[in-house]
Design a protein around this ligand. Sequence first.
Ligand SMILES: [Zn+2]
Length: 149
Amino acid sequence: MATNEASPGGGTGGQTDRVELSEDEWRRRLTPEQFRVLREKGTDPAFTGRFTHPAERGTYRCAACGIELFDSGVQYDSGSGWPSFTRPVGDGSVSLTEDRSHGMVRIEVTCSGCGSHLGHVFDDGPGPEGRRWCINSTSLSSQGPPPAT
Ligand SMILES: [Zn+2]
């Protein structure tokens, strides 16, 4: 559980201990499905993810590096088929990048801790910020109980 070891290339003074691994190291550390989504920017098929529907699970963490990303208290059922949140746990937990793949202009969400792909954010959410954080179940881990199916 100790995660306070000196980060590689320390001395930068950043707030986040960024995890920098080669793709080969990620491939060993992650399941093939996690590697496909997190490192190759894949997408879970709609309505198949284990976290698609909101439940009492506490905090969702990055499945790759383990930093806290989303609280289950801001998860809602958007009907999209993917876990949807109104906001991340903190401004520093995720990074946003313009994504022009697949003939669309979207905002890609990546983990600030390790740069892994999480999902996309859209402007049709119900919260005060009006945002829908659409995240792959495969990109998340939870310490809470598994969903009842
Ligand atoms: Zn991460």
